[in-house]
Design a protein around this ligand. Structure first.
Ligand SMILES: Cc1ncc(COP(=O)(O)O)c(C=O)c1O
Length: 326
């Protein structure tokens, strides 16, 4: 059977998502730090999605999607593959709406995220050496048991939900010149681009991924879905395969896409901690790493830039690596 192409969400879908999630997720703070302004030569606004109840932006999408499932689907249960934050999102939203949730995570998954998913009530199966092996296992289980499979990127309701971060930014600061978004599968950046371009096409939307997992970046540059090795420590940014729907949206709406080394991303974790007293996981610091790179930093000097601080859930091992580098 031919696969039907998923429809990309619109700004109206994001506005509807914002109304749907608001009872469960308060808007997160958008803060300017003079210390980051001084460091970058720009006016930097940090969107603190690290302060959401799961410690990551993905939950905006999970609540939007699961709140719209019908009774039969809710009764069957849901399943997702995740390195942790998408899984936490699914677990958190499932608990609110009384749905049974299973999450398949890689064997070496960040223990902070695994514990949080279990605390939110999900059954967590540790299967596969990386995200994509977990995803394949998850897809087999979904087919076997008839669970509703919640993909981490090819889901219009998820993209509309996560786009609410950029809606909140632009409602509070309509004069933002650029938004920098970290990418793994691309749902967050796709949501950001939909909102920014429909609000004011001149707002630049810039994505950042780890050079140690460049799949989304290379797929965007080559205008086709490609696979790449994935060795990054920033598990939020790690996939080997690219996702069709976010890539289709990004091809049309994204302005620029940069790759940063894991080393620069870990350095940005330390800078976030020192300059803003905010503890973030590597993916959450990637936009700051990009902002501090000469290529992007020079171009954005003097501009008003929002950084999506997408997640807080750093593991003890990652934190030790950050501190060891001083
Ligand atoms: C903290 C964090 N930042 C960024 C991302 C990347 O998001 P996306 O897969 O929507 O590109 C993720 C994905 O899980 C994440 O957990």
């Amino acid at each position: 059977m031919a696969k039907v192409a998923l429809e990309a969400p619109t700004l109206a879908d994001v506005v509807a998502a914002r109304d749907r999630i608001r009872a469960y997720l308060a808007a997160t703070p958008l803060r300017n730090y003079p210390s980051l302004d001084r460091l970058t030569g720009a006016e930097v606004w940090v969107k603190h999605d690290n302060l959401l109840p799961t410690g990551a932006f993905k939950v905006r999408g999970g609540v939007n999607l699961i709140s719209q499932l019908d009774g039969t689907t809710r009764a069957r249960g849901v399943i997702a593959a995740s390195t942790g934050n998408h899984g936490q999102s699914v677990a958190f939203a499932s608990r609110i709406f009384g749905v049974r949730a299973t999450v398949v995570a890689p064997e070496g998954a960040n223990p902070v995220k695994v514990e949080a998913m279990r605390d939110f009530g999900a059954e967590v199966l540790l299967q596969g050496r990386d995200y994509d092996e977990s995803r394949e296992h998850c897809e087999r289980l979904a087919a076997q048991h008839g669970y509703r499979y919640i993909h981490s990127g090819d889901e219009p309701h998820l993209i509309a939900g996560v786009g609410t971060h950029t809606l909140e930014i632009l409602e509070e600061r309509p004069d933002i010149d650029a938004v920098i978004v970290p990418i793994g599968g691309g749902s967050g950046a796709a949501g950001a681009a939909i909102v920014a371009k429909a609000t004011r096409p001149g707002i630049e939307v810039i994505a950042v991924q780890s050079a140690q997992a460049p799949t989304a970046h290379d797929s965007w540059r080559e205008k086709k879905l490609v696979e790449r090795p994935n060795t990054t420590v920033a598990e939020g940014l790690s996939t080997r395969t690219a996702f069709e729907l976010p890539q289709r949206i990004l091809r049309e709406l994204l302005d620029d896409f940069v790759l940063m080394s894991d080393e620069s991303i870990l350095a940005a974790v330390a800078i976030m901690l020192e300059k803003t007293r905010t503890l973030v996981e590597p993916a959450g610091a990637a936009p700051l790493a990009a902002m501090l790179s000469p290529a992007l930093g020079d171009r954005l000097r003097g501009k008003r830039v929002a950084l999506i601080c997408s997640g807080a859930n750093i593991s003890p091992a990652q934190l030790r690596a950050v501190m060891a580098k001083g």
